[in-house]
Design a binder for this molecule. Structure first.
Ligand code: DI6
Ligand code: FE
Length: 398
């Protein structure tokens, strides 16, 4: 057992509309779980517990990065330079660069190489108090290499003390061997990649890229049917570059989340609200692509769709390995409040992963994943650009 005392808590319970701040707070842990979180005066008396004096520091739940493409090989710095000279992301993708260039590097890399390449990115996130990360495949695009990518992602959870959730994103782009035959590729995704990844126990959810340069609604729906048959929940890259009405489709399949959402309309928001689908917003990609179309935040608020914030860490549109900076961008570029930013990387991010019962808040029964901060107020976590005030990261009480 362990007790953290003399702390200020931002409990971030999903049920509350505020941060759930408690000054003079304490947390009691037993067997990796929170058994008490509240005012120190109400804490149970326990003997034989190790006491940690937080000296007035703030404690938040460990942060959750609920949308990343962290495992890949190679770099796309050259494409970045091309974009600086005026080429668009879509143009680069259509000329064989983009996701396909990362696919070639990822197919070539060994599983161990993928792990080694991802570790510095993972470590950057952990250094900011991240305790749970979702990692997508989508740069293998065939059975062998999608499974290799998923195994590498799971291995990261053995090399570091972090909870990894893996998402199969085989329907990310069309690999060159299927040029002109997208439906045949979707056959492969549905009949082989999803069932094999699922039976190998390597997947927690299935995602797709429903977009003009990705897959159509019909193709996406087939992927969702295959996920359903494999007993896996779905998520969707939706309305990032155009309104393909992916959000409604995601909602129809009870998706955990729909992500990006720049071009989302009110019908899509309504459908998400009814289905309990979370909105994952990715300010890093918005910033890096120098987007101007804002996701419809007022509609998301009006219909009470939980909003999560993630890095989207990927080599093409968001080479971002900072959740703190993602929050700052969400506030500065999207005008989200401090409270929305913090919920976005804690309780709402947990919802976007279907893990709300387990992580994302300082509440009894949750895993004791904490981030302890050297700050005067929670706003500092959103305000600073490039300054990391983490004092300590705690996972499962350790
Ligand atoms: N949307 C994105 O922003 C990433 N994937 C996706 O579907 C980009 C991935 C890449 O360019 O490598
Ligand atoms: Fe993404």
């Amino acid at each position: 057992m362990r007790i953290w005392t003399n702390a200020k808590l931002a409990t971030l319970s999903a049920a509350r509309s505020d941060l759930g701040a408690i000054e003079g707070g304490a947390i009691v842990e037993d067997s990796g779980r929170i058994v008490f979180a509240g005012p120190a005066s109400d804490a149970p008396t326990v003997t034989n517990a190790e006491t940690v004096d937080c000296e007035g520091r703030w404690i938040t739940p460990g942060f959750i990065d609920c949308h990343t493409h962290l495992v890949y090989a190679g770099s796309r710095a050259r494409e970045f330079e091309m974009r600086l000279q005026g080429a668009t992301y879509e143009e680069i993708a259509e000329s064989g660069g983009g996701i396909r260039s990362t696919m070639l590097a990822t197919r070539k890399a060994s599983e161990e190489q993928l792990v080694e390449d991802a570790l510095p990115r993972l470590d950057a996130l952990l250094a900011e108090g991240v305790t749970t990360i979702e990692i997508k495949s989508g740069y293998g695009l065939d059975v062998e290499h999608e499974l290799k990518q998923l195994r590498a992602a799971r291995t990261l959870g053995e090399r570091r003390d972090v909870e990894i959730r893996t998402t199969l994103l085989a329907a990310h782009t069309l690999p060159p061997e299927f040029d002109g035959r997208p439906d045949d590729f979707i056959d492969l995704v549905c009949n082989q990649i999803i069932p094999e990844a699922a039976s190998a126990g390597l997947v927690d959810a299935v995602d797709a890229f429903c977009e003009s340069i990705g897959f159509t609604r019909e193709q996406t729906e087939r992927v969702f049917e295959a996920a359903r048959s494999a007993g896996l929940p779905v998520k969707l890259h939706a309305e990032q570059l155009s309104n393909s009405h992916g959000a409604q489709l995601a909602a129809k399949y009870g998706a955990l989340s729909a992500d990006h959402l720049e071009y989302l309309d009110e019908d899509g928001v309504r459908a998400m609200a009814q289905a309990g689908t979370a909105a994952v917003i990715l300010p890093g990609a918005f910033y890096f692509l120098r987007d101007t179309k804002l996701p419809p935040f007022d509609l998301l608020r009006k219909h009470r769709v939980p909003m999560a914030i993630a890095t989207d860490c990927n080599p093409g549109t968001s080479p971002l390995t900072s959740v703190l900076l993602a929050m700052n961008m969400a506030a500065t570029l999207f005008r989200l409040t401090v409270k929305e930013c913090l919920k976005g990387v804690t309780c709402n991010a947990a919802a976007a992963l279907g893990m709300a019962h387990k992580v994302g808040s300082l509440e009894v029964g949750k895993q004791c994943d904490l981030a302890i901060w050297d700050i005067e107020s929670p706003a500092e976590l959103v305000y600073n650009i490039g300054l990391n005030k983490l004092h300590q990261r705690v996972r499962g009480g350790r």
